[in-house]
Design a protein around this ligand. Sequence first.
Ligand code: 6GU
Length: 236
Amino acid sequence: MNNVNRFDVITIFPEYLAPLNLSLIGKAQAAGLISIGIHDLRDQTSDVHGSVDDTPYGGGAGMVMSPEPWGSAIDAVAELVPNEVHELIVLTPAGQKLTQELAIELTKSKHLIFACGRYEGIDVRVSDFYSTQKNFKVREISIGDYVLGGGEVATLVIMEAIIRLLPGVIGNPASLDEESHTLTSDDGALVEYPNYTKPKEWRGLSVPDVLLSGNHGEIAKWRLEQARIRTKNRPN
Ligand code: 6GU
């Protein structure tokens, strides 16, 4: 399998991506499993003010991000990974919704480029142009049905969902098989069963006897049943 190992993020707020140096993703970078570049869109502007947006054609509220700095920034980061197909991810609440299945699919592209729009989004010709380029694949992605101020937090979410799936990133990869949205039964994806650890009793609440029984068959049965109940009772 062809696993992603290079991520480039283009944004007008590079500092927003600082958490990528922490925890699991920070360690994955330090171990050389992945490398991440964060790029300031304003480095691609020519005017003294570093303008990246303008009023929308056709009128309406808000500002639209101009295509020129985006084109320059995307071309520049594509050159960092030559002779590869670049998957350009444009963050927008109008995009395809992120799911575990999509995160798994994104692990298979060598190079991911995240374009973090702000304001009313990026001039659509940026997506349209790169869609016609044979060394690019373009996807518009959303992380759910609510509106954020920009694509930076969505990028953090998507990158974490992808990177934790890569070989060597998580100490015990077996834990990936039993987590929410990966567990399956005849009814499709399930959320995870409830977990307990020591002590056996806490504030009057006990660990279910079956988990202390040592009977692996019964434990597996109980967990599947609990996962089904939780999935069914989830408010959405
Ligand atoms: Cl990717 N961007 C913005 N601005 N809002 C969102 C989103 C993305 N996903 C959900 N809401």
